[in-house]
Write a protein that binds this ligand. Structure first.
Ligand SMILES: Nc1ncnc2c1ncn2[C@@H]1O[C@H](COP(=O)(O)OP(=O)(O)OP(=O)(O)O)[C@@H](O)[C@H]1O
Ligand SMILES: [Mg+2]
Length: 596
């Protein structure tokens, strides 16, 4: 996989726009860490003067000041380096989060829905956040911590090559242990990720489904699934840590143990007169100076593995399939919508095909209704026109232009879609409606709300239009949410309007009023209405009967009643349900007769 090989380059690629800050952070870190060695050299000069018996007060003070200045440079440069690297890191995280969200926006809806909310939250929040320590610490500090041992070993080499060799005496065993750790733990990384994602999804599902769990009194079963995922994760992580515990701890202990080799060698060399005692002291100090850096490098090597994994996973989201779209807006001659030989399968698999060659024309300014049994493909037709998915074969055109040949933003301008279930954002009702046209004034928003029969219930809310809709609109009833979505549609004022069961949850009295408003406001627009209540679409110019993914009949109400037995039986069932509702209302002494 491409991302396997170049993960480090990919990560630096994420930081492209913050490159100068990261380079600055690396340079400052190298200056900081190497200035950290200088005080050891100052100590060496002082010890040496003591050994030579040439020490003076001024000499000691001079070298102490030099050590202090080096230390101050170290602290200052480190502060500046981490400041810059954090700045860069958070810029990168923000950029990545926007890129993933943008990718989701342009991907087919099915690709987005293939990922659970838990998975998406895990990648956008956690996985991207996990890139902060590597970017802010590993890249700049790692460079410094790599340079310091190299400078120390070269300095040891200058004193005596045997000292340099002794300082890395424990490296071979440490590297073997580290290699073993990586091998054992690497094999489990995928399981770790899967287990983590499963836990995340289960938690989200448990919280999201809490209403159903309560309603069916299934708290026990659902809790078991939730607790099971957490226990499974815990068990796995403990087992995983156990499997690498010995080799990892050995590697961590041996890698920075520079003193093990250098102390005896320095003493022997000093004893034999090959090096002075001050040089022996300097060698020991240099080996001590390396300890911190080597230990840090080891920690970084661990986070590097995690990072490699994160980058790989993130990359699958950043490379997620997008709906192809041109950059230039197309010139659309009319607002006719035409479906020709449309076949579609949600899975891409022929055996799962849900539309089997649908031909349908919605002339500009006409009112078309699509009716039919549940699961017949009505909503699918609507979603394909709005290009939530691309057709498997056949074509959908607007004014002669294939919807694939216009930018998604242009299509969004042309089509208003009120879906079966509508989402409200966690903001005020006013802003939720304004989504239809962000430039609309408060008065225009309120006028749209009034036309959609929202005014009455909104006025009753504690803060009227400024009342928050509550997370995902949980505060409002199904019918109220639908009316807000209709107000959004009215405000958007697009030339093509698709209403998918848009008034299904609304009570008959309000539905009647909304129908009148919709009829008035969509005059001249290309209107596609999907409805189960057949009385609401009686006046349609064309009624299309869709069953099992194919059109079985179309025509006006009268024509269909005459020629389609299915439509006739649906109509009869509809009238039957209406007379039933009338008679039950009569029984309660609350007569509300509607003409069927
Ligand atoms: N996201 C999806 N992934 C896979 N299959 C789907 C998806 N959405 C719908 N389907 C399937 O496609 C078929 C048509 O569904 P569609 O929602 O278009 O029916 P519908 O006519 O709108 O039904 P209803 O009247 O109940 O709303 C159904 O068999 C349904 O199970
Ligand atoms: Mg539907």
């Amino acid at each position: 996989m491409k991302s396997e090989k170049n993960w480090f380059r990919l990560m630096l690629g994420y930081a492209e726009n913050s490159r100068s800050k990261l380079i600055g952070a690396v340079i400052l870190s190298i200056i900081s860490i190497t200035s950290g060695i200088y005080p050891f050299y100052c100590m060496y000069r002082i010890i040496d003067a003591f050994v030579q018996d040439t020490v003076t007060k001024g000499y000691v003070v001079g070298w102490c000041i030099a050590a202090l200045v080096a230390f101050a440079v170290k602290v200052l440069c480190f502060g500046l380096s981490t400041g810059l690297s954090h700045w860069a890191a958070y810029e990168v995280l923000a950029g990545l989060r926007k890129r993933v969200a943008d990718r989701f926006m342009h991907a087919p809806l099915g690709t987005v829905q293939d990922h659970s909310i838990g998975e998406i939250k895990n990648i956008i929040v956690d996985k991207i956040e996990n890139m902060e320590p590597p970017l802010a610490h590993m890249v700049p500090e790692g460079a410094g911590h790599l340079v310091l041992p190299v400078v120390s070993i070269i300095s040891l080499l200058i004193i005596d090559w045997r000292l340099a060799l002794a300082s890395i005496a424990t490296f071979p065993i440490a590297l073997v242990c580290m290699g073993l750790t990586f091998k054992i733990s690497g094999e489990n990384f995928d399981i770790y990720n899967r287990s983590n994602a499963h836990m995340n999804s289960t938690i989200v599902e448990y919280i999201e489904g809490i209403e159903v769990i309560k309603a069916f009194g299934r708290a026990g079963v659902s809790y078991e699934k939730y607790a099971g995922a957490i226990t499974q994760y815990k068990k796995f992580v403990i087992k995983w840590l156990r499997s690498t515990w010995v080799t990892m701890k050995l590697a961590f202990a041996l890698f920075p143990s520079t003193m093990v080799g250098i102390l005896p060698v320095a003493l022997v060399l000093c004893n034999g007169g090959t090096i002075t005692s001050a040089e022996a002291a300097l060698a020991v100090m240099l080996s001590i100076s390396m300890v911190g850096s080597l230990a840090k490098l080891e920690v970084f090597s661990e986070s590097m593995r995690q990072l490699k994994n994160n980058v790989g996973e993130l990359q699958t989201y950043l490379e997620m399939e997008e709906l192809p779209e041109p950059a230039e807006r197309a010139s659309v001659s009319s607002y006719d919508v035409k479906l020709e030989g449309v076949r579609f399968s949600y899975t891409g698999d022929e055996k799962d095909e849900v539309l089997h060659g649908v031909d349908l024309t919605l002339p500009q300014g006409s009112f078309t209704a699509v009716v039919g049994p549940s699961g017949g493909g009505k909503s699918t037709v609507a979603k394909l026109i709005a290009r939530f998915w691309d057709v498997t074969s056949g074509s959908i055109t607007i004014g002669g232009v294939n919807v694939r040949d216009m930018p998604l933003s242009q299509l969004a301008d042309l089509v208003s879609f009120v879906a079966q279930d509508n989402f409200l954002f966690r903001t005020s009702i006013l802003e939720n409606i304004r989504l239809g046209d962000p430039k609309a004034s408060d008065e225009e928003v309120i006028a749209a709300a009034r036309a959609a029969q929202c005014e009455e219930f909104i006025r009753k809310l504690p803060n009227g239009y400024d009342t928050p809709a509550g997370e995902a609109g949980k505060r409002l009833s199904g019918g109220e949410k639908q009316r807000i979505a209709i107000a959004r549609m009215i405000l958007k004022n697009a030339p093509i309007v698709i209403l998918d069961e848009a008034t299904a949850f609304t009570d008959p009295e309000n539905e009647d009023k909304i129908q009148q408003s919709i009829a008035a406001l969509t005059k001249g627009k290309t209107l596609l209405v999907i409805a189960h209540r057949l009385s609401t679409i009686r006046s349609a110019d064309n009624i299309v009967l869709l069953k099992k993914g194919g059109i079985v009949a179309e025509g006006t109400q009268e024509e269909l009643l005459e020629k389609s037995p299915l439509y006739r039986s649906m109509w009869q069932a509809h009238i039957g349900s209406k007379s039933w509702s009338v008679s039950s209302a009569e029984k309660e002494g609350n007569i509300n007769v509607q003409n069927a």
